[in-house]
Design a protein. Structure first.
Ligand SMILES: C[S@@+](CC[C@H](N)C(=O)[O-])C[C@H]1O[C@@H](n2cnc3c(N)ncnc32)[C@H](O)[C@@H]1O
Length: 283
């Protein structure tokens, strides 16, 4: 049986994502929302979204549920963390108050019964979530359940960096162990990243502040919030692009869009379900 959220946090097995999203919420503005809308549209590539259904598994701040609603989807959002649910509800309150086409609740990507009861959706979106469930392959399996025939599955999963991923797992475990660990990891890595970025930009004659602006333009997110999410984000699992490709190809999906990284961070995949196509396998 899955431990409750609070038990996992208490044991040092889980990062409180929602608390991090809470501090991001104040910086959400039209500019960030537009960036989120554009990035979602660019990956899904449909001509018209009006009336299509969108399931956001692990909605976090709620920014992408909001972006989907702005595109015209009917949105269903859920998250395992009460504070993430509250953030998503706050965004709805601000931008789509009393809207019947956006439902938000608490739920888990690991709860098969819960997911089965949601029905099926034109798009199932789970960005940076399934690797934080503690049972990534089960969560990846469950994410297939609510995808309609010919519907799309848009997921982002941490890249497998082998030894480096194992080291990052240890860093995250130290972060979540107690307050001292959190303080140590935070002060070391935030200085490490901030200084590293600064030196890299200066030596390339680039304005060090432009990195923060450019980051915002990608998905509307904030670099600092994402850094905290990265150094603290536990549970933590990783997969290579090939492993994810093969997993969903076996389930008769076809890959429509792929954005990979050769670094830390996520590989992004947009799959289409039940595309009657011969199976491919990547090594
Ligand atoms: C890194 S955030 C990503 C949020 C959002 N999808 C985005 O793209 O900004 C990961 C989110 O997954 C949620 N999460 C973790 N385990 C989950 C589970 N078992 N079921 C649903 N959500 C979960 C966390 O609470 C957190 O809000």
């Amino acid at each position: 049986m899955e431990n409750t959220f609070l038990e996992q946090v208490k044991k040092g097995d889980r990062f409180e994502f929602g608390a991090n999203w809470k501090s991001f919420l104040d910086s959400i503005n039209e500019h960030r929302i537009n960036n989120a809308v554009e990035s979602l549209d660019a990956m899904l590539g449909e001509k018209n979204y009006t009336g299509l259904t969108f399931l956001d598994i692990g909605s976090g701040s709620g920014l992408f549920s909001l972006a989907a609603r702005k595109l015209g989807f009917k949105v269903y959002s859920f998250d395992f963390d009460k504070q993430s649910v509250a953030c998503t509800k706050k965004l709805k309150e601000l931008y789509f108050k009393e809207d019947n086409n956006w439902i938000i609740e608490e739920g888990s990507a690991l709860d098969v019964e819960y997911i089965r009861n949601l029905g099926t959706f034109d798009v199932v979106y789970s960005w940076g979530v399934l690797h934080h469930t503690g049972q990534m392959w089960k969560a990846l399996d469950n994410a297939d359940l609510p995808v309609k025939e010919n519907g799309k599955l848009f997921i982002a999963i941490y890249n497998d960096q082998h030894l480096k991923s194992k080291i990052w797992l240890t860093v995250k475990q130290i972060y979540n162990a107690n307050m001292i660990g959190r303080l140590l990891v935070k002060s070391f890595f935030i200085s490490f990243f901030t200084l590293g970025y600064f030196i890299r930009d200066i030596t390339r004659l680039k304005n060090p502040l432009s990195r923060y602006r450019e980051y915002k333009q990608q998905r509307g997110m904030a670099l600092y919030t994402d850094l905290i999410d990265w150094i603290g984000g536990l549970p933590f699992e990783v997969a290579s692009p090939a492993a994810i490709f093969n997993f969903y190809t076996e389930k008769n999906y076809i890959l429509q869009k792929l954005v990979t990284t050769n670094h830390y961070g996520c590989n992004q995949f947009v799959f289409k379900k039940n595309f009657l196509n011969s199976k491919h396998t990547l090594q």
